[in-house]
Ligand binder design. Structure first.
Ligand SMILES: [Zn+2]
Length: 247
């Protein structure tokens, strides 16, 4: 007689029971660990898109210069699976760096005032569908190089005002930007320094984005077909690598 250990692929628990069969006739199991996020699983999946490690690889590849179809071809899955898996992440994204915000309690600001109060701001051009439909990425950067917040939208004043509202809790005292009119119109002249001297850090961040996200690479035919996917993939990148969140 042979025994096969049945282990949940999501939480590695061996507390599982049989729970019916799939339409194909494969045995389905139910994980009885109350802390398990998933619950039901199969021992061998015929559909590669259901495998937990393939799902992780989809996200990793999309943040490392692979487009939706590149990912689908190399993992031998359907492009729709890639899109579906990416869309599941939409709910957990944040557009403000809450980790930095939490450390900014009044006691710490006192000694950190040199660095904490200053920010670099810039826009980055990209588009969805065609070049007549541009979409600007508003990122903001600390003197320490940390991204504080980001907003997506047309290059219009109301989009900048959204970013300004997100930055309110950081208590910034100085803004380094380029010469775009919206900055001059909405920032206090005493706190605003336009020019190229102090925006190198944020420009370098834009280069990283353009290298690591396929839809942002210039002079190629790669682009986003929907606003949702454009904002989602860039948001995912910023959340994981700039905010340090486990998404
Ligand atoms: Zn489990």
């Amino acid at each position: 007689m042979t025994f096969i250990a049945v282990r949940c692929p999501h939480c590695q628990s061996d507390q599982s029971v049989k729970r019916g069969k799939t339409a194909r006739g494969t045995q389905r199991y139910l994980c009885q660990n109350t802390l398990c996020t998933k619950g039901s699983f199969l021992l061998d999946y015929c559909n590669r898109g259901c495998l937990p490690e393939v799902k992780h690889t989809i996200i990793d590849m999309s943040l490392n210069a692979s487009g939706v179809r590149d990912t689908a071809r190399s993992l031998h899955i359907c492009p729709n699976t890639v899109l579906r898996e990416l869309k599941k992440k939409e709910a957990v994204l944040e557009s403000v760096n809450t980790a930095v915000l939490r450390t900014l309690n009044p006691a710490e600001v006192a000694w950190d005032i040199e660095r904490a109060g200053e920010a670099e701001m810039d826009e980055m051009w990209s588009f969805v569908g065609n070049k007549g439909n541009p979409r600007w990425l508003y990122a903001i950067d600390h003197r320490t190089g940390k991204v504080l917040a980001y907003v997506f939208g047309r290059r219009k004043d109301d989009v900048f005002l959204q970013l300004k509202a997100l930055l309110e809790p950081f208590g910034l005292t100085r803004y380094y930007t380029d010469h775009w009119g919206a900055y001059t119109r909405h920032l206090d002249p005493d706190m605003h320094s336009p020019g190229k001297q102090n925006t190198q850090k944020i420009e370098r961040k834009h280069l990283t984005l353009r290298t690591r996200i396929k839809r942002l690479v210039r002079k190629t035919i790669c682009f986003s077909k929907s606003i949702q996917m454009h904002d989602l993939v860039i948001g995912l990148f910023v959340n994981r690598y700039a905010f340090g969140r486990a998404v």
